[in-house]
Design a protein. Structure first.
Length: 500
């Protein structure tokens, strides 16, 4: 790719960007949210037409009219958000558009057999006849990657492929990446995980504000210099930012308990547990993928109905009948999957932010656009949401700014309890620091926060207390000096700290 240019209304998304990938190479593509990474990928794969520049693939001029066209020509993409069809079976998704045929129609047995053989390469033993949507997001992501591998692509683009995977699944993916390299397949690896990009990449290219900062040999690029290139800061400034820790204030045990649950549980989803959180407290939930963290928060938000236990808001015992009821009681939830559960992508930034409070902004059932704009503008400024205007469809914002829009929606409600399920998932190091600073600010304002993150150091860095979950049950509570990564990992593993 040479001199790639791309404009959107009010945004110069790509400014004469050069980028190349070699055979059998993993090329990491790094940058903050909004740097232009996804736009570059979408220009390459035909999602967006380029406004300037040239592309050659295997020595010939290349143009893709759509992702399907790019796939036919040898370039396949696996996006961060799984874009398969959940209502179809796993096998049907794997062979979508290329199903084996028999004289009477689809050759189901052959498709099922080939599906099992393909998934076995990923150490994935699942029923290929079950609907894809019946499996966790992590499994769906692995199916999408397996599909891309099987299409015989010469270039595979992995856009945040590990964001939904646990450690074991990530290792399987990395092993597959090594095998693809050995076959001479080029790989573009888009990620925000610094350790992972160094683990698999041969070279790393950095974009910032739609421009290429540079391309570097991974083995010769210190991590702190990479962070500096991404943020436009010197190594010293980047080091201070990356290690920043705003010490959590001690929580007064005399403060009012915002939420108290006793023996709360739901069948096989989560075993009964106790939880108490006070004003201004950040309670971390730590555990591996599938440990029950999200299941617990869904009970706290009324999205799932508890089959046992009690819930009290302040001193008043309540029964959470629905998310609407929870919101009325001052509970807000930023969900793990912001695309599926948190955003209306075609709706404007203004509409997304004012969505929950619009009833209070209307008169005689007529929504006040001016009141919408006032509320949305206030939080766009407060959270520094990067958008050309309030009417921009939220789908055009970067992942980090989309996350801020969801936060703004709930802060407009002035909640007593804010549940943050993976709020930093898929956003860059700079945006992560902004989210963590916001958590500290909200805590000092007296808002109680339940904080979930797959990145253990974030939970340790921000929490006053930590509940540790394993196999869908709470197995420990950590406070004070016991809050450190080693103790959390030991608790997850079920062994005493001295055996670490």
């Amino acid at each position: 790719m040479r001199g790639i240019d791309k404009h959107f209304p009010g945004v110069h998304a790509l400014d004469k960007v050069d980028f190349d990938v070699r055979r059998g190479e993993v090329h990491g593509l790094m940058g903050q949210n909004g740097a232009g990474k996804s736009t570059l990928v979408k220009v390459l794969t035909g999602v967006h037409p380029r406004d300037g520049g040239t592309i050659t693939f295997e020595g010939r001029a290349f143009h893709a009219s759509s992702p399907a066209d790019a796939q036919r020509k040898g370039i396949s993409t696996v996006y961060q958000e799984v874009n398969l069809i959940p209502s179809l079976s796993v096998a049907e998704n794997l062979f979508l558009g290329r199903s084996p045929r028999a004289w009477f129609g689809l050759h189901w047995r052959q498709m099922q057999r080939r599906s099992r053989e393909l998934l076995a390469q990923f150490d994935l033993d699942i029923d290929v006849d079950e609907p894809l949507g019946s499996y966790p997001v992590a499994i769906q992501q692995m199916v999408a990657i397996a599909r891309a591998v099987d299409i015989d692509a010469r270039l595979i683009i992995l856009d945040e492929p590990t964001s939904s995977l646990d450690q074991h699944e990530t290792e399987i993916l990395f092993d597959m990446i090594g095998r693809l390299k050995a076959r001479g397949i080029g790989i573009i690896f888009v990620t925000h995980f610094l350790d992972q990009v160094y683990r698999v990449s041969d070279r790393i290219s950095v974009l910032r504000n739609g421009q290429r900062v540079g391309t570097f040999e991974a083995a010769r690029l210190p991590k702190i210099e990479l962070v500096g290139h991404m943020l436009g800061k010197s190594p010293a400034e980047a080091a201070a930012l990356e290690t920043e820790r705003l010490p959590a204030a001690e929580i007064d045990v005399e403060r009012e308990a915002v939420l108290t649950v006793r023996n709360l549980g739901r069948g096989r989803a989560i075993e009964p547990f106790d939880l108490e959180i006070r004003q201004g407290e950040v309670l971390g939930l730590a555990g591996l993928l599938g440990s029950g963290r999200t299941e617990a928060t869904r009970l706290l938000f009324g999205a799932d109905h508890a089959e046992s236990g009690t819930i009290a808001i302040g001193a008043r015992r309540v029964s959470l009948r629905s998310p609407r009821h929870a919101i009325a009681l001052g509970i807000a939830l930023c969900p793990e999957d912001r695309q599926a559960d948190g955003l209306f992508p075609e709706m404007s930034v203004r509409g997304n932010i004012a969505l929950v409070v619009q009833r209070t902004l209307s008169r005689l059932g007529v929504i006040s656009r001016r009141a919408h704009a006032r509320i949305a503008g206030e939080f766009v400024r407060r959270l520094d949401i990067a958008t050309p205007d309030l009417e921009r469809p939220v789908k055009h914002l970067s992942g980090g700014n989309q996350q801020k829009v969801i936060l703004a929606r709930w802060l407009a409600c002035n909640p007593r309890l804010l549940i943050l399920d993976e709020p930093t998932r898929g956003i860059d190091v700079g945006a992560k620091v902004e989210v963590e600073r916001l958590i500290d600010a909200l805590s000092h304002e007296g808002i109680a926060i339940v904080f979930i993150s797959s990145e253990l150091e974030e939970v340790v860095r921000r929490s006053h207390r930590i509940l540790v979950l394993r196999d869908r049950k709470v197995v420990g509570e950590l406070t004070g000096e016991a809050i450190n990564e080693h103790t959390v990992m030991d608790t997850i593993a079920g062994q005493p700290a001295h055996d670490a």
